[in-house]
Design a protein around this ligand. Structure first.
Ligand code: G6P
Length: 608
């Protein structure tokens, strides 16, 4: 989603803001802009396309002198991606300048009111309404005008605002969309996310809903929407700036795939103590865990796919019924929830709008919500009853890899913890589960060693038009994610099918040479999936299979086999997904695409 960076301080502001925006590129965007106060007035420059276009236009900020600036990368919602619709937006004479992330839901009513008062609009955006509404209320006191506007607008926003006649100040406000304030040696910052400002400061304030910040070059103050001053505690960011850099890899996605062994270790290891799974942050007693009668897993995208996997594990291992919902469906289908149900939401960013609403909906109905989240202090983390942090570190590539693996690991731990509390995992089984769990990072490492083999295979398929992924049970869930990875970064149409369902329609799409990826890791379902491989083979498909080492018999059916090490079948996703992530990655690289920034996609989807 959109990225915001603002700076006021001792140094030239534009280069700092542009550099910060570059660190937020991972959020996805289609245009960019910047406004700088040059000592006399506010100069605004903006352009559709990549940040490089804006950097060229401004000579990396050098031809925009000044010590305060706000910048923005826009992911279009209201109005097409264009120079005019790009932020910042201004009032009529350019003395009030606004950047915005979110959606002003009542912007049409406000726009009509302002048109009636003689205001004219240059763009199709909801954001421009804010600039004119600020103008309408502005009587020389910025804070007063901002609070009046915030009382009038409905929807979500993270805002950066400058007033030409208050050049020593920069303003920020938020509701629902994330925004942080940083306090550094040489100035103060606003940003949508920490990596944008980490080079300059680790002292960060997380703005709460409807909070306003006033930044000066050496101080920050906070206010409520009623202009009351508030006290806030700064948080010290303890992760390394290098964690947000590419570290020599061609793309963040490959770097993040290579981080998976560490990610899985970081998620699992601290939670295994003396042969037991200890999840302190769960805040639930054994009796509470025993009382759970149903689990609802709610998430979007890849996080949803971890939920599909978890359903097989939790139902299989614990015999607790599990419903898995895409968050945007859960919200509006009036789900049947009972007080003994537990809701588990999963989100890397912790900001996905539909998942956040699912948290609110569930809490409003009196249910306890457990969130599996990566981004610390994110909205979902803050609003849920308990938070299981995946500790995967910042994930920059839009297509998730390491956060997905961490979410799977989180589900394994939760399933084991629940199983112990409910008395369904005895000591012998516990020991074997933990052994298999703790072996995963090394096994993932081994699979990463097959990268050349997968690259070679991927190069043969860069011209593919359609690919089908098939599997049964957990193998079907693996296929869902393998297929999503491929289509989102290579733009090859691909579909995942429950292998047994294929003959009910999809098999008519198989033509000579069509690639079918068959996942066959589940011992109980292996023979069935092999039969499905035979079915597509006899229609001319080329079959690449992913199977457990030792299952040589699959070579009779499939054309090409990638083997994964032996593990507990419940954990197979963590291994089988690695070659599929690498396959998608190398197809995208082979096609010459910008792997980390697939077209039309956003890392963090903060609108519904
Ligand atoms: C976007 C991303 C996906 C991600 C989904 C859910 O669509 O492109 O990779 O799986 O959002 O994001 P979350 O941050 O809630 O896990």
């Amino acid at each position: 989603m959109c990225g915001i960076v603002g700076y006021i301080g001792e140094k030239p502001a534009a280069p700092i803001v542009l550099e910060g925006l570059a660190k937020l590129e991972y959020r996805g965007y289609d245009s960019a802009g910047i406004a700088v106060y040059d000592g006399k007035e506010i100069i605004t420059k903006k352009a559709a396309g990549r940040l490089a276009v804006l950097e060229n236009l401004t000579h990396s900020g050098e031809n925009m002198p000044g010590f305060s600036a706000i910048g923005h990368t826009r992911w279009a919602t209201h109005g097409v991606p264009s120079d005019l619709n790009a932020h910042p937006h201004t009032n009529g004479d350019g003395t009030i300048v606004v950047v915005h992330n979110g959606i002003i839901e009542n912007y049409m009513a406000l726009k009509n009111k302002l048109l009636g008062k003689g205001y004219s609009f240059a763009s199709e955006t909801d954001t421009e309404v804010l600039a004119h509404l600020l103008d309408y209320y502005y009587k020389g006191n910025p804070l007063q005008a901002i609070t009046k506007v915030l009382h009038r607008v409905e929807g979500s926003y993270a805002l950066g605002i400058m007033f030409a006649d208050h050049p020593e100040e920069l303003y920020a406000a938020r509701k629902e969309s994330p925004l942080i304030v940083g306090h550094g040696e040489d100035g103060c910052f606003i940003a949508s996310d920490v990596p944008a400002i980490l080079k300059y400061t680790r002292k960060v304030y997380y703005l709460e809903n409807q909070e306003i910040a006033m930044l000066k070059k050496d101080e920050v103050s906070f206010f409520t929407v009623d202009e009351e001053p508030t006290e806030k505690q700064a948080v010290t960011i303890d992760w390394d700036a290098n964690a947000a850099e590419k570290a020599g890899y061609e793309f963040f996605m490959l770097k993040e795939i290579y981080e998976e062994p560490k990610t899985v270790t970081d998620t699992i290891s601290p939670r295994i103590k003396n042969g037991e799974v200890v999840i302190e942050e769960l805040n639930m007693t054994d009796d509470e865990l025993k009382a759970i009668s149903r689990i609802h897993i709610v998430a979007c995208g890849s996080a949803y796919h971890t939920g599909v996997t978890a359903k097989y594990i939790i139902e299989g291992m614990l015999r607790i019924p599990v419903e898995v919902d895409v968050a945007s469906e859960f919200r509006y289908r009036d789900p049947i929830l009972s007080p003994s149900d537990l809701v588990i939401v999963v989100s890397q960013s912790g900001e996905t709008a539909d998942t956040l609403e699912a948290v609110r909906e569930s809490k409003a109905k009196g249910l306890k919500v457990l969130a599996i989240v990566n981004v610390v202090g994110s909205s979902i983390a803050r609003e849920s009853d308990s938070v299981f942090y995946t500790w995967a570190g910042p994930e920059i590539s839009v297509a998730t890899t390491k956060a997905y693996s961490a979410q799977l690991a989180a589900f394994y731990l939760l399933a084991i913890r629940f199983g112990r509390a409910r008395g369904v995992i005895d000591d012998a089984r516990m020991k074997s589960l933990l052994e298999d769990l703790q072996a995963l990072p090394d096994q993932i490492e081994l699979l990463l060693g097959q990268k050349e083999k997968i690259q070679h295979f991927a190069n043969r398929y860069i011209a593919a038009k359609d690919v089908f992924f098939i599997g049964r049970g957990i193998d079907y869930a693996i296929g869902l994610e393998g297929s999503l990875k491929l289509k989102e970064i290579s733009y090859i149409h691909s579909e995942a099918y429950a292998a047994g369902e294929l003959k009910h329609g999809t098999i008519s799409l198989i033509e000579p040479g069509t690639l079918v990826v068959a996942v066959a890791t589940q011992p109980d379902l292996f023979a069935k999936t092999v039969s499905n491989i035979e079915e597509v083979k006899s229609r001319g498909a080329f079959v690449m299979a992913v199977a457990e080492r030792g299952r040589k018999e699959i070579e009779k059916a499939a054309d090409y086999v990638l083997y994964i090490p032996h593990t507990n079948p419940y954990f197979a996703n963590s291994l089988a997904i690695i070659p599929l992530q690498l396959f998608a990655y190398y197809v995208s690289v082979g096609k010459g695409y910008d792997v980390d920034h697939p077209r039309n996609l956003a890392k963090s989807v903060t609108v519904e």
